[in-house]
Design a protein around this ligand. Structure first.
Ligand code: AP5
Ligand code: MG
Length: 189
């Protein structure tokens, strides 16, 4: 299997680039944020729980997120691999993912990290707020909180993969096509 973690702060382009990478590599896209939003839209219990955290730009608790992620992976038994977008976001999630995959004789091939300066992240998210309907895009304080949470809790996850020799940084500024090329180059290297 080919399992790639697409990493980066809020607004870095993980969702945008995943669309191209899933087609290019024939993988399944698994965005934990998208799964939570689907559950919110459908009024499930998981959605109700997640919404209170997401609306404030906080992380949904690990226990909930990890069990949801496992269930999502198990929904695609035919997958040739996954693009994990927005997961893992804590070191505990990274450890749980490793353990879960190794039970399946599987592993993460690489983490590719989109690097984008904070000012650009904020302007992308505020621009998207006009159309996304996402509560967490609409308020600049919530955007700032998402970025702060990323810096404090999520950025350290890069070290987990760096130590394993699996971390690759990619410049996330430029056109969408330019960035896709850089990602493919990094993944294929
Ligand atoms: P999630 O849905 O993962 O959101 P996020 O990480 O905050 O980031 P986004 O999805 O907003 O950005 P993105 O990197 O996908 O960028 P995009 O391609 O959309 O998480 C939301 C919440 O769910 C979290 O805050 C948390 O509460 C919860 N959650 C999710 N996963 C969790 C986990 N594992 N553990 C705990 N809680 C979890 O692009 C952004 C914008 O920029 C778009 O408008 C796009 O068109 C534009 N854009 C993209 N590329 C470019 C470019 N090259 N140039 C100019 N504009 C561009
Ligand atoms: Mg996204």
């Amino acid at each position: 299997m080919r399992n790639i973690v697409l990493f980066g702060p809020p607004g870095a382009g993980k969702g945008t680039q995943s669309e191209f990478l899933v087609n290019h590599y024939g993988l399944v896209h698994l965005s934990t944020g998208d799964v939570f939003r689907f559950n919110i839209k459908n009024g499930t219990q998981l959605g109700k729980l997640a919404q209170s955290y997401m609306d404030q730009g906080k992380l949904v608790p690990d226990e909930v997120t990890i069990s949801m992620l496992k269930a999502e992976v198990e929904k695609s038994p035919e997958a040739k691999g996954f693009i994990f977008d927005g997961f893992p976001r804590t070191t505990a999630q990274a450890e749980a993912l490793d353990a879960f995959l190794s039970e399946r004789d599987d592993s993460i091939e690489a983490m590719v990290a989109l690097e984008v300066p904070e000012d650009e992240l904020k302007s992308r998210l505020l621009a998207r707020a006009e159309t996304s309907g996402r509560a967490d895009d609409a308020d600049p304080d919530v955007i700032q909180n998402r970025i702060n949470v990323y810096n404090a809790e999520t950025a350290p996850v890069a070290d987990f993969y760096r130590v394993a020799g699996k971390f690759k940084a990619v410049n996330g500024l430029g056109t969408i096509e330019e960035i896709t090329e850089r990602l493919v180059e990094a993944i294929d290297a």
